[in-house]
Design a protein around this ligand. Sequence first.
Ligand SMILES: [Zn+2]
Length: 250
Amino acid sequence: MLSGRTGAYAVAMGACLVLMSCAPRGSDRPYAPGDGTPRPGPVAAAPADAGLIDAPLDGQTRARIAQAAGAGVAACAASLGAARVTFDPVPDRVDSATCGLSQAGVLAVDLGTVARLVPAAPTMTCETALAFSVWRRQSVEPAAREIFGQDVVQIDHFGTYACRSVSNRPGARPSAHSLAAAIDFGGVRLRDGRRITVAADWRGDTDEARFLRRIRDDACRIFGTVLSPDYDAPHQDHLHLEPGARPFCR
Ligand SMILES: [Zn+2]
């Protein structure tokens, strides 16, 4: 099921696998493997929070995302659904001692935006889906309209779920990608066909560079760990976006 996506990811992230430093120190959460059986959802889902995705960024954005994700995957999916973001939960599962899915699902169409995600329908934790959806609507789209005067029609990513450890050694801590708890952003395509990529446009004094740095800075208010080309060599072609309570922004 994951072979295609994981394979593409492995190609795109080959440098990361070799250099073994895609995830930062301290960015990985402890992995607690279960017994492989799906956990029951909450008895009563919290009221869907449609405002979460459409609220402008402020000092509480990260806390609101964590709260909505902490309500359980059903309530989290309902919050996304209330904002017309399609998120289909998948059963928890353990793929290895350090790799698996919990509170995860498939992020499908966002009917509130024209910026479609490519490759489509990646699997990720619901918290990642929440944070990404906030970022798409509250940062990526408005920044493109402001700087370029046009819509983002496509957001390109390098993947979400990849079974690997931070150090790629047996027994080492798993990367956030081992839990589908991060997404690697590669760039966007505008309505006029222009393509903007982290790899080609990060540096310089261009509108493209300003756009990329702005959405990186916004991401730092939404996600917990954000790693850009400013961080290290393996992140020269993407932004690593990982939700979490501990801000680490480079
Ligand atoms: Zn990453």
